[in-house]
Structures are given as C-alpha cells and as structure tokens.
Design a binder for this molecule. Structure first.
Ligand code: PLP
Length: 449
C-alpha cells in the first residue's frame, strides 16, 4: 500500500536512473531529514546512508556550519555570476584554495554546477586546445568500459555503460572505449595483476595507433570506478596507461567527481593511485553535496591557448548561469575549511583499514564473489557460483533484492550493473557505525542467499 506522498510521487515525478515501470508499484523511499550519517523517512525510520547520498555527503547530514555559510551568503549576495569579467569574493577565494590543493599543475579553476558539466567542459577544452594548437584532427576521446562520467551527450558518450547508450543513439562518433580494469571479472586465468594492467595498456596503445595518434585528444578515467561497480584498478594499471598516453600526446583527464576530497584517504584519488593527469574534474564532496558545485583545473598551456583563442574570437564562449554560484562557493569554502580543521582526510586514512577489513570479510559469504575497495569506498559482487564466478541471470535482479533487504535492515547501499553493490558512507562515519553498516549488509546478504 503506497502512502499518500508516494502516490503523488508516482503520478508526478520522473526519477533518474530508476526502472520507471517497476516504480509505479514499488513507489519511492521518501526521506525527510538527516542527522550525522543517518537519514530518516517520513515514518521516522532511520537508515545509515551507506552511499553518502550519491557519493557526496562527506560531512553527513546535519552540519550546521555549512547551513550557516549558505544562509550568510544568501543574505549577503544570493546571486551574481562570473560572465563578462564580473566576480565575487567566494569564487576568488575558493579558486585560490583549490589551486593550492590540486595535485596537478594548475593555473586557474573553471567552475561548473555538476560533475557532468565538469566533464563536458573537459571535452570542449580538449577540442578547443587542439584547435588553438593547430591540430584540428586531434579530437577523439577515449573512455573505458564501465567508466561513468555523466549524462550530457558528450559525457554519456564517454561513459561505458549500456544504460547510457542503448536507445540514446550514443556514443557519438569520435568517442571510443577501452577495457575495464576489473581484475576479478576480466583477467584471464593465471594472469597476474601486472600482466593484466599491461594488457589493458597495450589495448589502449593499439586503439590509439588504429585510430591514428593525430586524431586522439584525450583519455578520461576515474581513480576508482564508481557507478561502474566500485572497482579498484589492479597493480601497475595507471603507470602502464600513463606511459602510453605520454607517447602519443594524449591529454589525461582524471575524473575525481567521486574520489576527490578525501574519499581514498588522500585529498584526491590521483594521489592514492599514482596518477599524473593533466587536469582533473571535481564536484560532489566539494560542498559535501549540500549545494551543487563542480569544476575543472586548467593548466598553464591550456590557459594560454584559451587566452589566445578568446583574443582571436572575442570571448571565451563557454559557461553557465550558475558557474561559480556564490552560495555554492561559500559552502565549498566552509566544507574545505572543515576538512582541514577536523583532519577529515587523515581520518579517512585512519578508518579505512577497519572499513576494508569488514568489507573483505563479506567475501566469505556464500553468495559474494568479490568484496574489495580502497579508502572509504567498497564494492562487492554477488555470484551464483563462487568457484566459477558464474553470475545470476540479470533478470533475477539479485543485487536489487539485496539492496531492498538492506533497506529493510536500515541501511542504504546501491546496486550497480553486474550484480555489484557499492558502499560509500559519509567520511565522518565512526568505527561503531562502520560495524553497524556491515552487520546490516551481512544480514541483507543472508536474506538474499
Ligand atoms: N563523474 C563521476 C565519476 C560520477 O560518479 C558522476 C556522478 O555520479 C559524474 C561524473 C556526474 O556527476 P553529476 O551527476 O553531478 O552530473
């Protein structure tokens, strides 16, 4: 029996990433409030938010300082923009703070309102750069199977998930995909992690050579894949990939939308995985998810090319109304201040061994094939047969069932393609809450088995 609110939801709302037909009978989970790592539904039932919302609410749900930062900025100057050289204090200060934090050479920061917009901007900037450098053919973009980069036409094209391509007439021409670095699922029998990584790098090189290096602009990768299954790359992966990119002057974009701002126990995921990207995209935990904000780092050669082009064309023709929204920038500044003051990133590094130990214990469960992660992110894969790694029929919806059982146990986690389940709690989670999270997930797995 759906509640009154649920009925009104079903009658009026289209939900992103939802089976719209099943939703008509299942209805929504309507949340009303949050406190720490918990959210509460309209009946007052508490849940551990084991996904930090959508991989974003790093500081949990009741941070009064963030609320106050938003309120103050709302009262002072709720809106102005950065078009035509106009500016404001929070954007300037935030760009300064971010420039200091960036693990890549950074000349300037360009703000967006979401991760999709940030990655879309990366594609446009890679194209713009090559036009400025007189290499108009160097435009192709390489992503990875199961990579996730957003939903705009370009970012859905870079994404390597069927749901973003099938019946959307995507990917666009000029967007290519190489293999997914998931050792458990895609390594060949007897292959070592290093050999698997090298095989993927060889595939990337073969793709670049087949297409012609003079046509390939950029390669994009998340440090740890999120929506594609919470997948940690194998040993040596990024070192091998980077060597190929450097040989053919292919720009390396790190998509730090999930891993940025502490998730892996370092400020950025690139640092945890030894990545040396040319630029990175960020969003989500920049504001702890309280207000939308994203952005990209702009290196000096790119900035010089942008400056030269805008001299030629008369303007830098890109940006949205809300790029660098003052309220969002004020909340981001406060968020980063709290990360530093509360030593949140160091706290993640300290808590991660306990989180990962509890996660790996799930690999002993009869229906779990793999359970591993990095920092405070984890993925597990449900299998029909552990020895052969055989999966259930997709129609069985076994991971979806497990997530529903978890919800009944008072835990929100997310099911992903390939019967994978992701766990990505707020960074402020305590050791006891980590235990409660995994106790509930274990009970959900027991009920699924
Ligand atoms: N990149 C990554 C790695 C993401 O996980 C996401 C969203 O989950 C995006 C980009 C897109 O961000 P948004 O949903 O803010 O557009």
């Amino acid at each position: 029996m759906l509640s009154n609110l649920a009925v009104r939801d079903v009658e009026t709302l289209i939900h992103p990433y939802t089976n719209l037909d099943a939703h008509r009978s299942a209805g929504p989970l309507v949340l009303e409030r949050g406190d720490g790592v918990h959210v509460y539904d309209t009946e007052g039932r508490p849940y551990i938010e084991g996904m930090a919302g959508l991989w974003c609410t790093a500081l949990g749900y009741s941070n009064g300082e963030l609320v106050e930062a938003a309120r103050e900025q709302m009262a002072k100057l709720p809106f102005t923009h950065l078009f035509s050289g106009r500016s404001h204090d929070p954007a300037i200060e935030l760009a300064e703070v971010l420039k200091e934090l960036m693990p890549v050479p950074t000349s300037k920061i360009f703000f967006t309102s979401s991760g999709s917009e940030a990655n879309d901007t990366q594609v446009k900037l890679a194209w713009y750069l090559n036009n400025a450098l007189g290499r108009p053919k160097k435009k192709k973009i390489i992503g990875r199977q199961r990579g996730y980069h957003g939903v705009t036409i370009a970012t859905a094209s870079m994404t390597g998930l069927p749901a973003n391509h099938t019946d959307w007439d995507l990917p666009l021409p000029g967007f290519l995909h190489v293999g997914c670095p998931h050792f458990y699922r895609f390594a060949e029998p007897g292959e070592t992690e290093a050999a698997f990584s090298q095989r993927l790098a060889d595939e990337l090189e073969a793709t670049i050579l087949r297409e012609g290096p003079e046509t390939v602009a950029a390669f994009i990768a998340e440090p740890v894949m999120g929506a594609g299954g919470a997948i940690v790359p194998p040993e040596g992966y990024f070192a091998a990939i980077q060597a190929v990119l450097a040989r053919y002057e292919v720009r390396f974009i790190a998509d730090e939308v999930i891993c940025g701002f502490g998730r892996l126990g370092t400020w950025f995921g690139s640092e945890a995985l030894g990545m040396r990207p040319d630029t990175l995209s960020f969003a989500k935990a920049l504001t702890s998810g309280y207000v939308p904000l994203g952005g990209v780092s702009v290196d000096e050669p790119l900035y010089e090319a942008m400056r030269a082009q805008s001299l030629k064309i008369g303007t830098f023709g890109h940006g949205t109304t809300y790029s660098g929204h003052p309220v969002a920038c004020a909340v981001a500044l406060k968020t980063i201040e709290i990360y530093k003051r509360e030593r949140i990133v160091e706290g993640v590094a300290a808590k991660a061994p306990h989180f990962q130990a509890r996660l790996s214990r799930l690999a002993e469960h009869p229906i779990v094939g793999e359970a591993c992660g990095l920092g405070l992110i984890g993925g597990l894969e449900i299998v029909a047969d552990k020895a052969s790694r055989r999966q259930y029929e997709p129609k069985a919806g076994v991971a979806a069932r497990c997530v529903a059982f978890a919800q009944a146990e008072g835990l929100i986690v997310r099911f992903l393609m390939g019967d994978r389940i992701a766990v990505c709690p707020p960074l402020i989670i305590t050791a006891d809450e980590i235990d409660a999270l995994f106790d509930r997930l274990t009970r959900a797995l027991d009920r699924t088995a």
